[in-house]
Design a protein around this ligand. Structure first.
Ligand code: FA5
Length: 345
């Protein structure tokens, strides 16, 4: 048998490449095939570099045949690759069908926490009544939280507020009332009409109506001739705007060491709510605020002369107000961060 000629070798390379190509099952195998034949160290490349060793008279025929084979094999490869891609597309469409007619997923938008929303409503109403917002600190001294509010050490009224103390003897404010002293000292004798919103802390039993951490909004008005009638007017105007004219407001006399006389204000719980009795302990009313005429000792502590000016103050619970507005049956829902609750506002 005669020795294989260089042209025979090329023919054999073509047959081998095409047979190999047919055996490739998918795109990955096809790409490997491509590297094996057309890569830098591939078989087609080495056939090219053989050209130098071919006897001169056979070179043109060898070159022409090599070009023909390269073209033919490339066409076959491109066809096989296109077919493999189509096949994998069909597989992904049938195993993972995409229904473009389905409605899109709705984007969940962020929103303000209900406690923030009610605070903003409170600010808006008081802004219309001419009140400015003033912020004061959450960690207070015993002096500010109690003493200057007419509660010296051992005053029994301190028991009205179960207090968290820090390791250095400071207190987490139990109410926003110490802000009254800060404002008066800063206003230095000028008339005052402000609200002071902020977080308060009490070491007390948690219940459906009381949390250990809750918002209050303090109000303070100081000036010449400020009377209890002004306090009543502001509170009822506020309640009308917040709850609507049909809801009832009840004003009761009460006691706070820093006001004299003192009152508390209740709003009637929604009448059609089945939880009404439980949440109002059978009374039908829920307390939203304490208030009164600023005690002369407190005016003096703030640098004002009680012979010349008078004032009123109030401290309200915005979360209690939101409970009343929407018949929310448990104040603990506010800080549980359950999206089912939060999404309703
Ligand atoms: C006070 O804290 C007084 N500083 C209010 C005050 C200010 C009186 C100025 C006079 C002059 P009281 O403890 O009642 O009072 O709280 C006032 C309001 O805060 C309550 O009516 C209630 O709405 C809210 N509140 C009180 N304790 C809690 C609590 N644990 N959880 C949620 N809200 C509360």
């Amino acid at each position: 048998m005669a020795d294989a000629t260089p042209l025979d070798d090329l023919k054999q390379l073509e047959t081998q490449a095409l047979t190999h190509l047919q055996q490739c099952a998918d795109e990955i195998e096809l790409r490997a095939w491509n590297t094996q034949y057309f890569g830098d160290k591939g078989l087609m490349k080495s056939a090219m570099s053989n050209l130098g060793k071919i006897p001169k008279d056979q070179k043109p025929a060898y070159g022409a045949e090599l070009n023909r084979i390269k073209a033919a094999v490339t066409v076959a490869y491109d066809a096989a690759l296109a077919e493999a891609k189509e096949k994998s597309l069909q597989i992904s469409l049938t195993t993972n069908p995409l229904d473009v007619t389905l409605p899109g997923r709705t984007q969940i938008r962020g929103r303000l926490h209900p406690a923030t929303q009610i605070l903003q409503q409170v600010y808006a109403i008081f802004a219309d009544l001419g009140f400015q917002v003033y912020r004061t600190r959450e960690v207070e001294t015993d002096e500010l939280n109690f003493e200057l509010l007419n509660m010296p050490a051992h005053h029994p009224a301190r028991d009205m507020w179960d207090t968290f103390f820090t390791t250095t003897g400071a207190v987490l404010r139990t109410h926003t009332s110490p802000g009254q002293i800060h404002v008066m000292r800063e206003a230095a004798g000028k008339p005052i009409r402000v609200i002071l919103p902020g977080m308060c802390y009490r070491n007390e039993a948690i219940s459906t109506r009381s949390e250990i951490q809750f918002y209050q909004v303090e109000g303070l008005v100081v000036g010449e001739g400020v009377t209890m009638a002004d306090l009543k007017g502001v509170i009822t105007a506020f309640a009308r705007r917040m709850f609507g004219p049909e809801r009832q407001v009840r004003i009761r006399s009460s006691y706070f060491p820093f006001t004299e006389p003192s009152i508390e204000v209740d709003i009637d719980w929604p009448k059609d709510d089945p939880n009404r009795d439980r949440l109002t302990k059978g009374t039908g009313w829920l307390e939203i605020l304490g208030a009164g005429m600023v005690h002369p000792n407190v005016l003096r502590a703030g640098g004002y002369d009680p012979e010349k000016v008078t004032g009123f103050a109030f401290g309200m619970g915005p979360q209690r107000m939101l409970m009343l507005k929407h018949a929310i049956d448990d104040i603990r829902l506010f800080w549980q961060n359950d999206l089912r609750f939060l999404k309703q506002f």
